[in-house]
Design a protein around this ligand. Structure first.
Ligand code: G6P
Ligand code: MN
Length: 444
C-alpha cells in the first residue's frame, strides 16, 4: 500500500461525514490518509462540515491534506477511492417520495417500496454520469457507492459502464457488530451466512468458532426477551424512536421465523403497522431527518467555533468500520470477507446471473468475489424473487426513461396493492419530480 490513500467523498457535506472521518482517525494505522477531498454541490453544508473535518484531521492526522470543492472532476482525478453518498433532490425530494406513497395508504420509505422506486429514477442517471466520469478521467480508481437505493444504483452502474465499483450498506455490519456486542466477542470472530438483496437480506446461520449460534440465541431471547438495546447500540442511537421500533421489529421477526432479518423486513412483514405508525406520527421519516440534520449542522458550527465538544450524532461506528475495512481489503489485497452488493454470478442460483445481490464476498485488490450462498428458504424465496423482478424493471425504466417499463416495475412490487395504485403512484412521481427525471422527458 502507498504511504497513504487519496480518498474523496462525493456528497461530502452530509451529516454522515464527521462519523466517517472519526473512523478514519480511529483506524489510521489500518488506512492512513494522504489526501481527503470533500465535494458537495451545497456550498453551505460543504463549508460547515468541511471546517469541522479539517479541524479533526489537523488534530489527529496532521500529515493529511484536506480540500473542499464543488467541482466533481477535482474529486475524481488523482484519487485512489471515490466514495459516493449523494442524494439527488435532497431530503425535500425524499419527503415527497415518502408522502406520495403514504397518501395512497402504501408504505412510504426512502428505499423500500414506491419511495425507493422514485428515488431510483432520480438517482440512477446521475450515478451513471458519475461512473462514466470515473471511467473517463480516472479508470484505475475504485468507486465505493453507498448512495441509496444501493442495490438498484449498483445494478444500473454495472449495466451501463465497466467502472471498478463496490456498493455497500452498513446493515450487515450493524447486525454483525450487534451480535458480537450481545455475545461479548470480537465482531471478526463471527461469520454470517447471509443472503438476499440490499435492505432485503437475512442471516440464516451465524457461526462462532464453527457453531451456529442462532438457535441458542433464539431460545435465550424467547426465555428472556428483554434485551438491553442501549448497551448494544448506545443511547444516542436509541434516542431516535424510529431506531427503537426498527430493532424491536427485527427481534420480533427473528423470534417468529428463526431467520435474523435486515431491519427493513419490517416494512414487508408489518406493512400495515408501518403505514399506521407513520400516519400517526404526522411526519415522514424525511421530515424527522431534516430536523435532525439541522440540529447536527448547528452543533457542528458550535464545535468548530470551539464552544462544544465534538459529538457524532448521525452515522456511527458501523458505517465507518464497514467502509474503512473495505478500503483496507482492496488497498492491501487482503482477501477479507465483507457482505457487499455485487453481481450475483451464481451465488444465489434462484436469481438471474447479472442481478445485484447482497452476499458475503472475498474483497481484494481485484474487487469483490461473491461466495456461493445457495438456495433460499422457500418461506422467503417468493418475496426475494418478486422484489428482484421489480428491481430489474426499475433499473431498465430508469436507464431508458420508459414509462411502460416503470409501470410494470411498480405493478410487481409486493407492497403495491394493484396496477391502478401503481398508475397513481407513477403519475404523481413523474409529475412531482419532472425536473429530476430528464430521461422521461419525451415519454410521459
Ligand atoms: C441505515 C441504512 C441506510 C440509511 C440509513 C439512514 O444505515 O442502511 O441505507 O440511509 O440507515 O436511514 P434514515 O431513515 O435515518 O435516514
Ligand atoms: Mn442501507
Amino acid at each position: 500500500m502507498p504511504s497513504g490513500l487519496r480518498v474523496s467523498i462525493l456528497g461530502g457535506g452530509s451529516a454522515y461525514t464527521p462519523g466517517l472521518i472519526e473512523g478514519f482517525i480511529r483506524l489510521k494505522d489500518k488506512v492512513p490518509l494522504e489526501r481527503l477531498v470533500l465535494m458537495d454541490i451545497d456550498s453551505r453544508k460543504l463549508s460547515i462540515v468541511g471546517t469541522m473535518v479539517k479541524a479533526m484531521l489537523e488534530a489527529e492526522m496532521p500529515g493529511a491534506q484536506v480540500d473542499l470543492t464543488q467541482d466533481r472532476l477535482e474529486a475524481i482525478r488523482d484519487m485512489d477511492f471515490i466514495l459516493c453518498q449523494i442524494r439527488v433532490g435532497g431530503l425535500a425530494a425524499r419527503h415527497l417520495d415518502e408522502s406520495i406513497a403514504l397518501d395512497l395508504g402504501v408504505v412510504g420509505q426512502e428505499t423500500t417500496g414506491p419511495g425507493g422506486f422514485s428515488m431510483a429514477l432520480r438517482t440512477i442517471p446521475v450515478m451513471v454520469e458519475i461512473a462514466r466520469d470515473v471511467e473517463t478521467h480516472n479508470p484505475d480508481a475504485w468507486l465505493i457507492n453507498y448512495t441509496n437505493p444501493t442495490g438498484l444504483v449498483a445494478e444500473a452502474i454495472h449495466k451501463a459502464c465497466p467502472v471498478k465499483m463496490i456498493s455497500i450498506c452498513d446493515e450487515p455490519m450493524i447486525l454483525q457488530e450487534a451480535l458480537a456486542g450481545f455475545l461479548g466477542v470480537d465482531p471478526e470472530a463471527i461469520f454470517m451466512d447471509y443472503f438476499g438483496l440490499n435492505h432485503l437480506g437475512w442471516a440464516r446461520r451465524v457461526f462462532l468458532k464453527g457453531h451456529d449460534i442462532l438457535p441458542v440465541l433464539r431460545q435465550q431471547l424467547m426465555e428472556s426477551p428483554r434485551v438491553d438495546l442501549e448497551r448494544i447500540f448506545g443511547s444516542a442511537v436509541m434516542e431516535d424512536p424510529k431506531n427503537r421500533l426498527e430493532l424491536q421489529n427485527t427481534l420480533r421477526i427473528f423470534l417468529e421465523t428463526g431467520l435474523l432479518p435486515s431491519p427493513y423486513l419490517q416494512y414487508y412483514y408489518f406493512a400495515d403497522e408501518m403505514v399506521k405508525y407513520r400516519l400517526a406520527s404526522g411526519k415522514t421519516r424525511a421530515q424527522e431527518v431534516i430536523e435532525l440534520e439541522k440540529a447536527i449542522l448547528v452543533d457542528i458550527e458550535k464545535m468548530s467555533a470551539g464552544k462544544k465538544k465534538p459529538e457524532i450524532r448521525r452515522g456511527g461506528k458501523w458505517h465507518a468500520d464497514m467502509m474503512i475495512g473495505l478500503l483496507s481489503a482492496i488497498a492491501r489485497d487482503s482477501r477479507s470477507v465483507y457482505i457487499v452488493n455485487v453481481p450475483n454470478r451464481g451465488s444465489m442460483p434462484e436469481l438471474p446471473c447479472e442481478k445485484v445481490v447482497e452476499v458475503p464476498a472475498v474483497v481484494a485488490a481485484s474487487g469483490a468475489h461473491p461466495l456461493a450462498m445457495g438456495m433460499m428458504p422457500a418461506g422467503v424465496r417468493g418475496l426475494v424473487q418478486a422484489v428482484a423482478a421489480y428491481e430489474e424493471l426499475t433499473v431498465k425504466a430508469a436507464l431508458e426513461g420508459s414509462r411502460a417499463v416503470a409501470l410494470e416495475a411498480l405493478t410487481c412490487h409486493p407492497l403495491v396493492p394493484s396496477r391502478e395504485v401503481a398508475k397513481k403512484l407513477l403519475d404523481a412521481y413523474l409529475r412531482t419530480h419532472a425536473k429530476y427525471l430528464p430521461q422521461f422527458g419525451g415519454n410521459q
